[in-house]
Design a protein around this ligand. Structure first.
Ligand code: AMP
Length: 476
């Protein structure tokens, strides 16, 4: 299959060639013709599959046609809504590349930066707006945007937008958008009941395109875990980073506080690192990401939400410093490495508390992940804490009441563990890494792993990363 047969027009084809893409990815092959033909489309695909181009290329082709044939006004024709600022910037970068030979104006709208330039851009009239829901709603309420001529609405990463509680915002926004004649595209990594409801609400006779639901993480990623007591996670990370093969490393922590702390602790050992999470300003996040892309920093520490949209080529390793409580997050995290057929390695730290989540993950991805003893690193069991300190259940939380917040640990069967719903954990006792902030621990302390607790699963040998510097533009 080639891009020539998809009906995109010569200007876009030229831009695709200049982007170095030789052939469409499966999601592009399926979705582009449907979108060009005017259908509403549900795309089930993860980032990393080429989904951004799958919706932007045909949309740009239609916008180009409308620009020539349609009414001459300054109305916005297309609106893309995406959950995070990073994703908005990412989509914008793609659009700039694909639309470079088209006479289209594009604006981005997201929080964390001044409203002024965004308002001005909207008032001047743009063809395409790429936005996060919160800031977009603010600006619409101030009457800055004219969506009365809207032809396209794209809801990107719809599942994540629901998780983040954006549904009311999206409903508000959609009330002010024209319904008739509008084409609505919805992309999501998974097709849940909630997503189906959303499609009924926003779409008309949608066609579904599903690209191998990647509950199985990319084949190009080597995955293994290290069992490690909580208090030694940071030492283990530093130990692993003595390996020079780990030169572009994305580390995931569960909390913002944990991300800052890990970055700080690495910094103390002169390991160049940065942190990105939603408490950092847009400029700080953009700078950290750019430094990471440019290779100025070796380690980027991120929370799940901030990491959404990180599209950096050549990430050699992903380290789950905190094991992800939700299996989908694991798949998403490790998809940051091994992109576009490059090799990558995903290393997860698991503590005694993570056993259930780890088992659940193995069931979800339908394969077992090797447990390896870290070479040259001695694990010492955490001293059990007595009485109070971090193991005290949080006050004000009643079992069975209130949902754990996103980021809380939803795994089952962990005795007194109370989820993330109530209160703060006490950080007084014996956990210097501090990553359990925001997730109160159970009442009982559990025995931690000792270094020799499980057999070494063929560990030790390290696979050389082969084509990590090779051309990034080839898909299977
Ligand atoms: P996405 O799934 O949109 O996050 O895209 C992942 C990466 O794939 C981005 O770096 C894109 O530039 C790249 N990409 C998109 N389409 C293609 C293609 N047809 N061939 C090669 N790379 C692509």
């Amino acid at each position: 299959m080639s891009f020539q047969t998809l009906g995109l027009g010569p200007n876009i084809l030229q831009a695709i060639e200049e982007s170095g893409y030789s052939e469409p990815t499966p999601i592009q092959t399926s979705a582009i013709p449907l979108i060009i033909n005017g259908s509403d489309v549900i795309g089930i695909a993860q980032t990393g599959t080429g989904k951004t181009a799958a919706f932007t290329l045909p949309m740009l082709a239609t916008l180009e046609r409308l620009k020539k044939e349609g009414p001459r006004d300054r109305k916005t024709r297309a609106l893309v809504i995406s959950p995070t600022r990073e994703l908005v910037v990412q989509i914008h970068d793609n659009v700039k590349a694909y639309a470079k030979h088209l006479p289209l104006k594009v604006a981005t709208v997201y929080g964390g930066v001044g409203e002024g330039p965004q308002k001005q851009a909207l008032r001047n009239g743009v063809d395409l707006v790429i936005a996060t829901p919160g800031r977009l709603m603010d600006l619409m309420e101030q009457g800055c945007a004219d969506f009365s001529g809207l032809e396209f609405l794209v809801l990107d990463e719809a599942d994540r937008m629901l998780d983040m509680g954006f549904l009311p915002n999206i409903r508000r926004i959609s009330k002010d958008l024209p319904k008739k004649g509008r084409q609505t595209l919805l992309f999501s990594a998974t097709l849940s009941k909630e997503i189906e409801k959303l499609t009924h609400e926003f779409q008309y006779k949608p066609q579904t395109v599903e690209i191998g639901r990647r509950s199985n993480p990319a084949d190009t990623v080597e995955q293994y875990v290290h069992e490690v007591p909580k208090s030694q996670k940071i030492d283990l990370l530093k130990h692993l980073l003595q390996d020079n093969e780990m030169y572009s490393v994305l580390v995931f922590t569960r909390t913002k506080y944990g991300a800052d702390r890990v970055a700080r602790q690495l910094g103390r050992d002169k390991i160049s690192s940065g942190a990105i999470h939603s408490n950092r300003s847009q400029n700080q996040r953009a700078r950290a990401l750019q430094d990471f892309k440019d290779g100025k920093i070796r380690v980027l520490v991120a929370t799940d939400i901030a990491a959404r949209g990180i599209d950096v080529d050549g990430i050699t390793h992903v380290v789950n410093f905190d094991f992800p409580p939700h299996t989908e997050d694991y798949v998403h995290r490790i998809g940051r490495t091994g992109r576009a057929n490059m090799d990558g390695v995903a290393i997860s730290f698991i503590t005694a508390d993570d056993r259930d989540a780890f088992k659940a993950l193995e069931r979800f991805i339908k394969r077992s992940i090797q447990i390896r003893k870290p070479e040259g690193f001695e694990c010492k069991p955490d001293r059990p804490t007595q009485g109070g300190g971090q193991n005290r259940p949080s006050r004000g939380f009643k079992p069975g009441k209130g949902k754990p917040r996103h980021g809380g640990n939803r795994s089952k069967g962990s005795g007194g563990r109370k989820g993330g719903g109530g209160g703060r954990s006490q950080s007084g006792g014996g956990n210097p890494s501090g990553e359990s902030q925001g997730r109160p621990q159970g009442g009982k302390s559990k025995p931690s792993f000792s270094g020799g607790g499980r057999p070494e699963g063929g560990g030790g040998q390290r696979r050389r990363l082969t084509n990590r510097s090779a051309a990034k533009r080839s898909f299977r």
